[in-house]
Write a protein that binds this ligand. Structure first.
Ligand code: NAI
Ligand code: GGE
Length: 284
């Protein structure tokens, strides 16, 4: 029931018009999948479709404009996928925003923006698409993009981001066994630094969450950051994701550069944990 190859499969990639999502879309198309790119930004969609134009897989790609935080729009998109393709086989919950700013300046607008897209968008993907992925009986796979930020104690100014990504990670881990019973595989993508437009969070903020934001200054500064030339190419991430889907890997990790921070966090939790004899008193 799990995905064994990509030929003839339909994939829905959120945030698929830029960066990591576009890298994933390119690799899935190369391997014979039909890919629907769902993205908030019309400029990114136009640029992405231009990159496929004239290529061998160009007629396997289409795009729709979708804000993953809009539940009504998401339900409509899922209904369209059911009508057009008999439902999707692969869902890539990748849309996310790299918002950052000092926590003492954060307002509810900032919390709502960060959690709304980064975890809310993932939940909306599961809720909108799970029924059709189960009903069509072909099995399938759901990949969600978290971050290595979920596995370390993050540097300052990234608390909302880290918390939203940790939520993605734990949600996916926890639902994996129940979805396995339905023939649906689950993977979590944990990237390190990848070449993308993640610094453009400010442009992805809806008008109603711009008003009252305490992060305007940080996001303006972030928008001027240049993409590092040692950062990984999105297509390389796409290759890792394709392999992760075929192997139904729980974790797809792109970089080993934060391993010491990952270990330190895990060790600190273990160090604070009472011994087995102590906790056996209460049990669960
Ligand atoms: P990106 O900004 O190049 O791509 C994200 C795409 O998502 C953009 O095209 C944007 O228009 C779209 N998007 C934003 N808000 C949306 C919404 N509400 N609805 C639909 N689409 C929306 O950035 P990148 O880096 O490719 O980001 C993809 C994912 O990877 C994000 O979840 C990000 O947090 C995660 N990530 C990125 C890392 C990096 O180093 N670039 C590292 C770790 C995780
Ligand atoms: C490349 O840009 C970013 C960003 O602006 C915010 C977050 C991230 C990338 C990623 O999710 C990761 C980088 O791999 O998060 C970190 C950011 C900064 C330091 C450590 C990080 O993860 C361990």
């Amino acid at each position: 029931m799990h995905i064994k190859d990509f030929a003839g499969k339909t994939a829905f990639v959120t945030g698929g018009a830029s960066g990591i999502g576009l890298g994933i879309a390119k690799v899935l198309v190369e391997r014979g999948a039909r890919v629907v790119i769902a993205d908030l930004r019309a400029d990114h969609i136009e640029n992405a479709l231009a990159q496929f134009a004239g290529g061998t897989g160009s007629n396997a790609v289409s795009a729709l404009q979708l804000d993953v935080t809009s539940r009504d729009a998401y339900a409509e998109a899922a209904a369209k996928m059911q009508a057009d393709f008999g439902g999707i086989d692969i869902l890539v919950n990748n849309a996310g925003v790299g918002l950052e700013g000092p926590i003492l300046k954060a307002t509810y607008a900032d919390y709502d923006f960060g959690f709304g897209v980064n975890i809310g968008g993932v939940i909306n993907g599961f809720v909108s698409f799970l029924p059709q992925m189960i009903a069509h009986g072909r099995g399938g796979h759901i990949v969600s993009t978290a971050s290595l930020a979920a596995e370390v104690v993050m540097p300052p100014h990234l608390a909302i981001y880290a918390a939203s990504k940790a939520a993605v990670c734990h949600y996916c881990e926890a639902v994996k066994p129940e979805l396995a019973e339905q023939g649906i595989g689950v993977s979590i993508l944990l990237p390190g630094p990848i070449k993308s437009n993640i610094h453009q969070a400010i442009q992805n903020r809806p008008e109603h969450l711009r008003a009252g934001s305490g992060f305007a200054e940080s996001e303006q500064k972030l928008s001027e950051r240049v993409v590092g030339d040692t950062w990984m190419e999105p297509e390389e991430v796409g290759e890792m994701v394709a392999r992760g889907i075929l192997e139904n890997s729980t974790y797809i990790v792109t970089h080993g550069i934060f391993k010491d921070w990952q270990r330190a966090r895990s060790q600190a939790v273990l160090d604070a944990t009472p011994d087995v004899e102590n906790s056996a008193v209460r049990g669960i």
